[in-house]
Design a protein around this ligand. Sequence first.
Ligand code: PMP
Ligand code: GLN
Length: 379
Amino acid sequence: HSSKLPHLGTSIFTTMTGLANEYNAINLSQGFPEFDAPERLKQGLAKYCNQGFNQYAPSSGIAPLQAQIAALTERTYGTNINPLDTVTVTSGATEALFVAIQTITHPGDEIIIFDPAYDSYKPAIELAGGHAVHIAMQAPDYAIDWQHVAAAITDRTRGIIINTPHNPSAKTLKQAEFDELKKLVSKHQLLLISDEVYEHIAFEGTPHISVLSDPELFSRAFVIASFGKTFHCTGWKMGYCIAPEALTQEFRKIHQYVTFSSFTPAQLALTDMLAEESEHITALAPFYQHKRDLLVSALQESRFTILPSEGTYFLLLDYSEISPLDDMAFCEYLIKEVGVAAIPLSVFYQSAPNDKVIRLCFAKEDDTLLQAAQMLTTL
Ligand code: PMP
Ligand code: GLN
């Protein structure tokens, strides 16, 4: 019996969190908050379970949540969307990405992704019978070479997946890059999947630019978001996809046979949260910017070179002055000998560069960050 994904092993997030637990290391590897979801959200979930809202939601999501997502889109980007025809609630951004990729990819199609790329894109493309075409971005600024992208487009190219703010590089796409992207997708009639799960975590000076704020790009795009990142509830696996009506119709055909619908009590609780606590979202970027700055200043005396973090809750460190080990071996050493777990960057590349770069997650209590920084400063 042959494997459908012969080159694939276990996700780096499972591996590293497993090792962190085994060696009792501070886990700055897999990205998830150490702090709890807002009280109101948890109480809402309990309330709706107890009130008996425990059966299937409509496949596309409950209408009040779709409406709140449209209101958030209008507040954040000034863009009006029709909630019933364009918003689909999904079981995390992971499901939305998987379904969007299945929606656009026919056997033999090529989908352009940018390395270092989030690890769920490529397997989803391959399961659809497509090919991931990798364009590498280079440390330390992880800029996209648009001439390289243009040269990679063939008559089999179907779409491009972008991610901003970007995991793992912590870079945000700038307006000039959006302009280049726009030229290419309209010239070649490409579809776009825009992974914007960190949309509300972009720092001062490097604001998030959404595909939702550009009508021309949005007309050919699936924009994907995650409540897990926004409301510190990654374990709820709740997200959504916004796409123009015709694309949404195709997306929903597949979504209905992947999960059919997503967790009903969570949809109700998230509806109330969006309606009544919008300040949680506006406070999110300053909240994480404080943590970024704390970690950066605590690492100032270390021998790591700190790369700029413009958004997300990740920080990249270059350890080339500290160790000749490759990044996987260095991360194992960090867990076993130093007591801090990180993510090696090479796993996010098709052909890994010789960079010596690791990723730290700073969605942690201040004390945890200070303790980890102190341990890393001994190196
Ligand atoms: N895309 C990116 C870039 C991510 O970092 C994550 C979360 N790690 C996801 C998608 C998946 O989000 P969710 O947990 O909502 O499935
Ligand atoms: N998105 C998280 C990260 O980048 C992990 C998600 C997962 O564990 N699959 O660390």
